[in-house]
Design a protein around this ligand. Sequence first.
Ligand code: ATP
Ligand code: MG
Length: 508
Amino acid sequence: MSVPALRVSGIAKTFGGARALKGISFEVAAGEVHGLLGQNGCGKSTFVKVLAGFHAPDPGGTIEVFGKPLPFPMPPGAFRDYRMAFVHQHLGLVPTLTVLENLRVASITARRARVNWREERAAARATFARFGVSLDLNARTGSLSQTDQALLAIMRAAEDLRGADGPGLLILDEPTPFLPKEGVDRLFALVRQVVGHGDSVIFISHDIDEVREITDRATILRDGLVSGTLTTKGSSHDDFVEGIIGRRIARSVTAPAVTRGRTLARVTGVAEPGLDIPALEVAEGEILGLTGLLGSGYERVPYLMFGAREATVGDLHMGGKTTPLRSMTPKAAIAQKMALLPSDRPGASGVPGLKVRDNMLLLELDDFMGRFGLNLRAMGRRASALSAEYEVRPANPDMRLGQLSGGNAQKVLLAKWMIRNPDLLLLDEPTQGVDVGTRQQIYRVIRDAAARGAGVICASSDAEQLADLCTRVLIFSRGRIAVELTGQDITKDSIAEACYGHSTLDVA
Ligand SMILES: Nc1ncnc2c1ncn2[C@@H]1O[C@H](COP(=O)(O)OP(=O)(O)OP(=O)(O)O)[C@@H](O)[C@H]1O
Ligand SMILES: [Mg+2]
């Protein structure tokens, strides 16, 4: 048998007193796509950072890459000598740089000579040609779609591998949570090309269907240990769920059709480029899903209603008041008891450098203001209680938000909004990057809010999530509401059918 791409033996990592990895061992065969799965905070990204030399593991374990043992600590950038390349969680692109600069940054900084931009440009074009992708080299990276940014990050990493002699190992830490289905398909085509060149890939994702589609085998971590390695072909969805959370879960059935309550909020007359909504309303107790293909416009609605996105025309009617959307502001929205949980895009929804405590209580500071300033001790107590209630792990409100795993950070931000008991809860991809167990927990919080009469609007590209959660779903096509599904008619398939049936031209 050939040398495995990766052989991990007894790797542990402790942060302060907390053991994120408790001694994991597994192998990635040469030429395979290997999944790495597990609940939020189980140590996936920590392991990736050990491979990259960003964290040194606790003494004792060993890692061999293509038969060569890694030294610990590893010098910065040395992972290249071991034929590894990475796409870290949140992609690691610099949004203010151009596509060209991001693509060529590694080779430019490695050379230390004057940059010949003509050559760089030619090299970038050659890369694009090889992968059959075309992006504007001069575009600011931050202005690209999420899909294009993910493709760029992966092409850059794949290029890093080409410099090496011999096959390499490409590590992708959750590259897909922002992507619509079309984006995932394009990315998988790229992964297959990489494997076609003889390289191996580690693919981290919470999406079991994706893992089953692209991987050959998958290793599952649970509580800092390996709970098992599955051969993808021959393993069912439930086998994966059981590996991840330790038991099977009953598939949640579609919520029974409820009689609709009173109208809680209505938007009318929205008309802007690519979006045309004469009227859209949500009732008390209703969980309204919004979906469609990429570019169909549905994902803008929560931000427009919250005043987090500039509008020109249209009105919001709520609580007996009519407000022109163009004069809505987040501050006014909060005063009207609205809450917006943006999707977990880097920096969009929380302040990574601030403590969990401060992120959670950012909107409640008035309540903690005493004669001598903020009562930090009371804030700490409140934040601890909330961390326990929302099962944030670790439940330590003094940690910085950026030190939490992605899914746990999402729980902190959900808590931040839910403690305000919003009347209208606006969500954008609420369970992006969240594991199957936590997903159920977030659903429960959302259902509880609806049960006490709040209206919920949930923009999501995940048909299964909409089917599990929503009492009504609107499917957008080219900026308009094309299909409405209610009650028993809401299924994963009916949603997908409505999305694809209505337009294939939305894809930019
Ligand atoms: N720099 C750090 N300092 C302290 N604790 C850390 C640090 N980095 C990670 N941790 C902790 O290590 C544990 C594992 O986190 P990690 O980011 O590896 O999880 P993950 O499996 O990638 O989760 P997710 O699916 O949510 O991304 C968590 O409890 C996290 O809070
Ligand atoms: Mg992670």
